[in-house]
Write a protein that binds this ligand. Sequence first.
Ligand code: ZN
Length: 67
Amino acid sequence: MANRNKHLNPNSSYDPPRCWVGDTHKIIYNTEAEAELAAKVAAYDHGLETVPKVYKCSYANHWHLAS
Ligand SMILES: [Zn+2]
């Protein structure tokens, strides 16, 4: 029998919330702790010696990683 094209479900693709800062869009972290955890993961993933800084967004009540 015919299969439904489940992969065409428009709700299946989820984009994390982002914030435009200058001409780049940055991932939003709701808490400082969440951003710091993401910074540590990013440092580990990329083999960085220093963990990226986190900072509070100038435009809204959330956090970003400095790049
Ligand atoms: Zn922001």
